[in-house]
Design a protein around this ligand. Structure first.
Ligand SMILES: [Zn+2]
Length: 93
């Protein structure tokens, strides 16, 4: 039987991974339904992976909610200079 985690691991892009996580229907907690610490990744690893669950070369996937229950997954842009998430960028400080 195909599990939710199988679907997550089969995601072909960061955008579809985000959609899959947001479509989760909360029968059990999302963190029990799939391994949020080993989501598929699609590009160069950033230095700062705090609060970042996955990434590609231009965006990072973060959980914008307080509970890990789906619906709150968003993509944020990576800084084109340092490659970090916009909230972790230090280029202008
Ligand atoms: Zn930067």
């Amino acid at each position: 039987m195909k599990t939710f985690n199988d679907t997550v691991q089969a995601a072909k892009s960061l955008e579809s991974l985000c959609d899959i996580l947001n479509s989760y229907e909360r029968e059990i907690s999302l963190s029990d339904a799939c391994d949020l610490c080993s989501l598929p990744i699609f590009g160069k690893e950033p230095k700062n992976t705090m609060e970042v669950f996955s990434w590609n070369d231009t965006h990072m996937l973060i959980d914008n909610g307080t509970a890990l229950e789906g619906d709150d997954w968003v993509l944020v842009e990576r800084c084109t200079k340092c490659g970090e998430a916009d909230f972790a960028c230090i280029c202008n400080s």
